[in-house]
Design a protein around this ligand. Structure first.
Ligand code: NAD
Ligand code: ZN
Length: 363
């Protein structure tokens, strides 16, 4: 058996206000006449960030640096990554680095654009495992939502012409992440819950999976405890909750890095491919119906939904055609490691197409 030699993020800074160190952190990575490019979640184009000061005014723009607000209305597409990388190549030739400031979508865009500054062709050519040939330009990630674990992962999830699949590679993790819980303070309760539940579900799928080992367990148990502190035991949302959820996301990401996700993610990928359902909410829609696979986790999930007064959409597959169901089933069953982790080596006997169709029909 070969053990995974896991490439981690280069540098991590954590703490309230740590965003203020961005200028000094990136200074050594600036190359003459080559700009730093800040890809910023479009949410921050008008709204205010932490400290009551607009985040945008706190970005350390120097020389020919460029700030690009990225549109994350839809999850990142390979066409969008290619367009951004081409725009930078046309304007500057190359750049010193790419800094992603936003939720999982923005961080994924930053990772992918960094890689495409140094790898030829389209990002769609690299959707898969270990297809990326060259390190990208310097890249840093700064989350403004907590839960996806995109800040620590070796992937960047992209929807391409034929599949939704990440650029998984040892070149993909960030060189630097800045974890400043002040930046998540403005997130609306629903969005915060959906993204936070991504982390909760990572923990359940990792801890209940057959790939579990002490590495994943150590991080997964801690992340789960932090999720519970925030969504079960807290009577109101406080700074402490932002601090905890940011570390939960990190630890949850570390947990799945050395194990795998499971049924909720495999099914949610099908929804997202066909219907464009976003990752966090899609996972919640599926988790709501997974008693058979994660009885304790689903019970607690439902309790958190109720306690935090969140609406989980139902009936999203009503009226779909047989062809639509087939497409979702194909995408979902294509996620083989997820199923194997969840159900064991004989998963194909357990999760038949008929059974999966019934599950999709319930959503
Ligand atoms: P997101 O990045 O898609 O953002 C969701 C919404 O929240 C957007 O409208 C955004 O503008 C807004 N937003 C961001 N920060 C905000 C803030 N502080 N206050 C208010 N609004 C804010 O959401 P997400 O759940 O963080 O990320 C989901 C994405 O992450 C998906 O594209 C998914 O594929 C990806 N993902 C990647 C990995 C990975 O390992 N690379 C893992 C899980 C998910
Ligand atoms: Zn996830």
């Amino acid at each position: 058996m070969a053990f995974r030699n896991f490439k981690m993020v280069g540098y991590v800074v954590y703490g309230r206000g740590s965003f203020n160190q961005l200028d000094e952190i990136i200074a050594p990575h600036r190359k003459e006449n080559r700009p730093m490019v800040f890809l910023v979640d479009h949410f921050f184009s008008a709204e205010s960030g932490g400290n009551g000061k607009p985040l945008i005014n706190r970005i350390p723009v120097r020389g020919n640096d460029k700030v690009i607000f990225v549109d994350v209305t839809y999850e990142p597409k390979t066409t969008y990554v290619d367009k951004l990388a081409q725009q930078l190549k046309d304007e500057f030739g190359t750049v010193s680095g790419v800094i992603g400031i936003g939720g999982g979508s923005t961080m994924d865009l930053a990772k992918a654009v960094s890689l495409m500054m140094k790898n030829p062709g389209s990002s769609a050519d690299y959707q898969g495992w270990d297809l990326v040939q060259h390190a990208g330009v310097y890249k840093a990630g700064i989350p403004t939502l907590s839960g996806t674990g995109a800040e620590v992962s070796r992937t960047t999830v992209l929807t391409g012409p034929t599949k939704k699949l990440g650029m998984n590679s040892d070149f993909t993790p960030f060189d630097q992440i800045i974890l400043d819980p002040e930046l998540t303070a403005n997130a609306p309760a629903n969005q915060r819950f959906y993204t936070g539940m991504d982390c909760y579900i990572h923990c359940i799928e990792s801890l209940e999976g057959t790939y579990l080992n002490e590495f994943s367990k150590s991080y997964g148990e801690k992340a789960l405890q932090l999720c519970r502190d925030v969504f079960v035991h807290s009577s109101e949302w406080t700074n402490d909750c932002d601090d905890k959820l940011m570390m939960a996301s990190y630890a949850g990401g570390m947990s799945i890095a050395y194990s795998q996700v499971g049924v909720a993610h495999a099914v949610s990928y099908g929804l997202s491919y066909l219907l464009g359902t976003k990752h966090g909410i899609g996972n919640c829609i599926v988790m709501n119906h997974l008693e058979e696979y994660y009885p304790e986790g689903v019970k607690e999930f439902k309790h958190m939904v109720e306690k935090n007064k969140i609406e989980i959409p139902v009936g999203i597959c009503n009226g779909l055609s047989d062809n639509d169901f087939e497409k979702m089933i194909n995408v979902s069953l294509g996620m083989k490691p997820l199923w194997e982790n969840a159900l064991g080596k004989d998963w194909e006997k357990i999760m038949t197409r008929e059974k999966l169709r019934k599950l999709f029909e319930k959503l």
